[in-house]
Design a protein around this ligand. Structure first.
Ligand SMILES: *[C@@H]1O[C@H](CO)[C@@H](O)[C@H](O)[C@H]1NC(C)=O
Ligand SMILES: *[C@@H]1O[C@H](CO)[C@@H](O)[C@H](O)[C@H]1NC(C)=O
Ligand SMILES: *[C@@H]1O[C@H](CO)[C@@H](O)[C@H](O)[C@H]1NC(C)=O
Ligand SMILES: *[C@@H]1O[C@H](CO)[C@@H](O)[C@H](O)[C@H]1NC(C)=O
Ligand SMILES: *[C@@H]1O[C@H](CO)[C@@H](O)[C@H](O)[C@H]1NC(C)=O
Ligand SMILES: *[C@@H]1O[C@H](CO)[C@@H](O)[C@H](O)[C@H]1NC(C)=O
Ligand SMILES: *[C@@H]1O[C@H](CO)[C@@H](O)[C@H](O)[C@H]1NC(C)=O
Ligand SMILES: *[C@@H]1O[C@H](CO)[C@@H](O)[C@H](O)[C@H]1NC(C)=O
Ligand SMILES: *[C@@H]1O[C@H](CO)[C@@H](O)[C@H](O)[C@H]1NC(C)=O
Ligand SMILES: *[C@@H]1O[C@H](CO)[C@@H](O)[C@H](O)[C@H]1NC(C)=O
Ligand SMILES: *[C@@H]1O[C@H](CO)[C@@H](O)[C@H](O)[C@H]1NC(C)=O
Ligand SMILES: *[C@@H]1O[C@H](CO)[C@@H](O)[C@H](O)[C@H]1NC(C)=O
Length: 775
């Protein structure tokens, strides 16, 4: 029922500038079945993400959008593809026809036809036959309303209490705590709203807005009224202020013409800044179609044209460019819009969430958007400088969630080992990582879902980790946190080593092996023994590694022991050794893709493409020289993605899913925190990536089907025109100064990679005795 309509406008945009890649983007991809993609209008990393907010039968609308339900507003702030509980949905307008007697009564209006959208353009129609078209810039948005010609009374409602509600019953619903609404002398409005809670349990935050209409209204009023109902509703021609969640405020503009447009700016700083933002970005003379086409141009020139392929297969071009699009909506570049402190450093927020993004997204962002990437890293270090800790998930300017480890450590280490320098102060970066590794965050506002330790930032279970080298059930998520903390400590090792801090490096390398303290060699499950499981001071704790997946208060977060046991990619050779050698490592990997954990789901498999903890798993075959199987398993998973509304396996998670897919198309897989990229197999005959230094990485293949569906096994490979026999390469080989990779593909399984296996830097050198034990 939903369509991605390529408007006539698009044809205009294609014009002189070459290929219009936005035509390959389907903004409705992954908007249903839990994908939570945001289909509204946005620019890359923009503060404004303007789209519809739907209320549907008490179901959470994470990105605002839902394919059924009533419109509660069209708001300027959204996240992209997240789960947990909805955030934002703030600064909205809602068009309504007729006499509105009680504007502040949570009015909704039905949807007449399926929404339409393309990059930079969105269109909805209400059951009152009002058409709403949306366009946006970085800090401002434009609404174009077409009311029924016959209607004498056309309204736009601005309800300051409007947020995306949560119905999950976890205490994570957003709150409204007051604000103000003022109609200024020339008729424009200036407003602010105070909000709190939501997914990251944020304290009060304030957003300012400034709105203009292009038509003189027949009436404009501010309203103030009791939240609980229509009692005490006051119509006030000038302004209204509320300092209470119980008192709603807002405004209603009424027009007697059918075509009305509105330009609105937002700011985290002030109303004045909100007005400046739209005056600068959508000046008075701007036409709606110019704002739309400028947005398309920016996506084409800055983002989508960075990857080119000779493929003409529309299915795959759409998947490629749609995935690229969705990975560039978050984080938000809020530079100049930081209400917390004054600093000359850039400022990024809506970092949502590094525990999902660190495996695939940040490494790809580095390749494609090196300027953003460097600013992003500097901003994280600045957040530590002024807020005390690096963020793991930050929105509304609050470090409000950490699920396992302090995974900014992994992101910083990845940048460091790949030589990212620019204006980054690495001594400070390392100090921020040491804070994570050594200083337990205060638990000042215990999370009802996991009250034992802070879920805000840092590493809540650090006292156990420091005292014992493992985490006891004193702490929730003990097993999955241990897997993350070991990875994080490896990241500290990498940076300490590079900065010449040898004692620290030795200490953190040691600590990066502590996942081993959770390894219970004796625990058996479906024919295998040895798993990462919960333990206390004296014993391992009984559990079933197949079914022990859980949530905030459990020993494992969103994956089972079977899955988390693969988690520490810096120590893979040790894992293979402990699993019983390469043959068992292989058959255990196979079991991940053949046996289900849930007896009620006979077709199911342990590997879970819907969540990030097992992102690495299909590629781990490379560590035992079976890269052919990495190609097979990862391709099977990748080919479950499509551009349909249910085309994502799980929540996009700010683009994490899309970047996993993009690496599969490219034929490489990043090992975050190391310079290593695992080699599998590319989809296309030719793919060229523009790198930051003006160089390119060109990946070509012959012998495959050109779509990655069949004949995808590597027969031979040349890197920079030389024969290549390792199933991995490093940043320096093809990214640092550009490079070429030429694959010969085919249907045959060949042992082309006869060289060294990928590094396992935390594993002690193998002794002869260990080697002989393996065979
Ligand atoms: C909405 O809720 C009503 C009442 O519970 C139910 O009958 C209806 O099927 C639901 N609609 C959808 C789309 O879930
Ligand atoms: C709407 O309000 C106007 C002016 O107050 C009034 O004349 C008109 O009858 C009302 N229309 C309806 C349908 O209530
Ligand atoms: C949806 O909006 C229509 C008016 O357009 C209204 O009659 C209906 O009650 C609304 N439904 C809900 C569930 O709010
Ligand atoms: C809706 O509006 C359009 C033009 O604005 C008009 O052509 C159409 O007849 C209207 N439909 C209804 C059901 O009022
Ligand atoms: C529409 O409203 C404007 C502004 O109040 C007024 O000048 C104009 O006369 C109105 N037109 C009609 C047809 O009511
Ligand atoms: C609006 O919705 C909120 C939150 O669901 C509720 O607390 C409030 O009572 C509602 N107000 C009205 C006037 O319906
Ligand atoms: C949040 O804002 C409201 C006023 O809108 C105020 O009453 C409340 O005390 C604030 N909460 C905190 C923690 O500052
Ligand atoms: C990519 O590289 C080509 C050739 O060097 C260049 O023309 C184009 O502008 C680049 N595109 C981007 C987005 O950097
Ligand atoms: C981030 O935003 C600031 C302020 O708008 C801008 O100056 C800067 O260029 C942006 N960064 C990037 C990489 O576009
Ligand atoms: C490494 O850990 C072991 C065991 O916990 C300890 O004996 C040793 O001193 C540690 N070495 C360093 C360099 O921290
Ligand atoms: C540790 O766990 C074992 C197995 O569950 C239990 O029997 C023992 O009492 C626990 N010991 C402590 C100190 O909690
Ligand atoms: C295009 O690609 C899809 C997915 O890889 C494939 O199913 C289809 O056969 C391809 N079409 C052509 C004409 O090659």
């Amino acid at each position: 029922m939903l369509q991605n309509v390529l408007l006539p406008l698009l044809a205009l945009v294609a014009k002189a500038r070459g290929i219009d890649y936005t035509g390959y983007v389907n903004v409705f991809t992954g908007t249903q079945s839990g994908g939570n993609d945001f289909p509204g209008v946005a620019r890359p990393f923009s503060m404004v993400k303007l789209g519809p907010d739907l209320l549907n039968n008490a179901t959470d609308s994470y990105s605002g959008y839902h394919h059924i339900g009533n419109f509660s507003g069209f708001s300027m702030m959204h996240e992209q593809g997240t789960g947990g509980a909805p955030k934002y949905g703030t600064v909205s307008q809602l068009p309504l026809v007729g006499n509105i007697t009680n504007p502040l009564s949570n009015i909704t209006v039905g949807r007449a036809v399926a929404d339409q959208g393309s990059v930079g353009y969105y269109k909805s129609q209400t059951t009152e036959n009002v058409t709403i078209e949306l366009a946006s810039t970085s800090h401002a948005g434009m609404y174009q309303y077409t009311f029924p010609v016959s209607s004498p009374s056309n309204n736009v409602l601005i309800d300051m209490s409007h947020v995306l509600p949560s119905f999950r019953g976890q205490g994570l619903g957003q709150g409204y705590a007051g604000g103000h609404f003022s109609i200024m002398e020339d008729g424009h409005y200036e407003a602010s709203g105070i909000y709190n809670n939501g997914w990251n349990r944020s304290p009060n935050w304030t957003i300012y807005s400034c709105g203009y209409f292009n038509i003189t209204p027949t009436a404009a009023h501010a309203y103030i009224g009791a939240a609980a109902g229509s009692n005490n509703l006051v119509q006030n021609s000038g302004s209204a202020t509320s300092t209470s969640s119980d008192v709603y405020i807002g405004g209603l503009y009424t027009f007697n013409t059918s075509i009305v447009s509105s330009r609105v700016g937002i700011s985290w700083i002030s109303n004045e800044r909100a007005c400046q933002n739209f005056e600068k970005e959508i000046p008075r003379a701007s036409s709606f179609s110019t704002v739309v086409s400028n947005t398309k141009d920016i996506w084409n020139s800055q983002i989508l044209s960075k990857i080119k392929t000779t493929s003409t297969n529309t299915t795959n071009l759409e998947l490629l460019y749609t995935s690229l699009y969705f990975m560039h909506l978050l984080p938000t570049n809020q530079t100049g819009e930081n209400p917390g402190w004054t600093s000359s450093e850039p400022y990024y927020s809506d970092i949502y969430t590094l525990w999902d993004l660190f495996r695939c997204s940040t490494a790809l962002l580095h390749v494609l958007q090196s300027v953003v990437y460097e600013e992003y890293i500097r901003s994280m270090i600045d957040i530590w400088r002024f807020d005390g800790y690096l963020p793991d998930a930050r929105s509304s300017n609050y470090n409000g969630r950490t699920q396992g480890g302090s995974n900014a450590d992994n992101v910083l280490a990845d940048a460091y080992v790949k030589g990212v320098q620019g204006q980054i102060n690495w001594e400070d970066g390392y100090a921020a990582m040491v804070k994570n590794a050594e200083v337990t965050p205060l638990n000042t506002d215990p999370d009802p879902m996991a009250p034992d330790s802070s879920t805000k930032e840092g590493r809540g279970a650090l006292p156990d980790w420091l005292a014992y080298g493992f985490i006891t059930p004193t702490y929730s998520r003990a097993a999955s946190r241990a897997v993350d903390y070991a990875y994080n400590d490896f990241s500290l090792y990498q940076v300490a080593k590079g900065l010449g801090k040898d004692d620290d490096a030795a200490k953190y390398l040691n600590r990066s092996r502590n996942w081993r303290n959770h390894w219970n060699t004796d625990l058996q499950s479906i024919g295998y023994s040895g798993f990462i499981i919960p333990r206390n001071l004296s014993n391992f704790i009984e559990n079933d590694p197949l079914t022990d997946t859980g949530y905030w208060s459990d020993p494992y977060y969103e994956a089972s022991s079977w899955e988390y046991s693969w988690g520490d990619i810096h120590d893979m050779r040790k894992l293979a050794d402990w699993m019983g050698g390469p043959d068992t490592f292989f058959s255990r990997l196979e079991t991940m893709f053949t046996i289900g954990a849930d007896p009620n789901n006979p077709g199911g498999i342990i590997f879970d493409s819907t969540n990030e903890p097992t992102f690495n798993v299909p590629y781990l075959y490379n560590f035992i020289g079976r890269d052919d199987r990495s190609v097979y398993q990862s391709r099977k998973v990748a080919k479950t993605y499509n551009t349909g509304v249910s085309g994502l396996p799980g929540n996009s998670d700010a683009g994490a899913m899309q970047t996993w897919l993009l690496w599969n198309m490219i034929g490489l897989y990043p090992v975050t925190g190391q310079t290593t990229f695992l080699i599998h197999s590319p989809w296309f005959e030719s793919l060229t990536i523009n790198l930051s230094n003006g160089k390119t990485l060109q990946i070509t293949s012959t012998g495959g089907d050109g779509n990655g569906d069949t004949d995808y096994y590597v027969q031979s490979l040349k890197v920079n025109r030389e024969d290549w026999t390792q199933n991995w390469l490093t940043w320096n080989d093809v990214f640092e100064n550009g490079g070429t990779m030429h694959f010969v593909l085919g249907a045959e399984l060949t042992q082309w990679a006869t060289g060294d296996l990928p590094p396992s830097p935390a594993t002690e050198p193998i002794t002869c005795r260990q080697l002989s034990k393996e065979h």
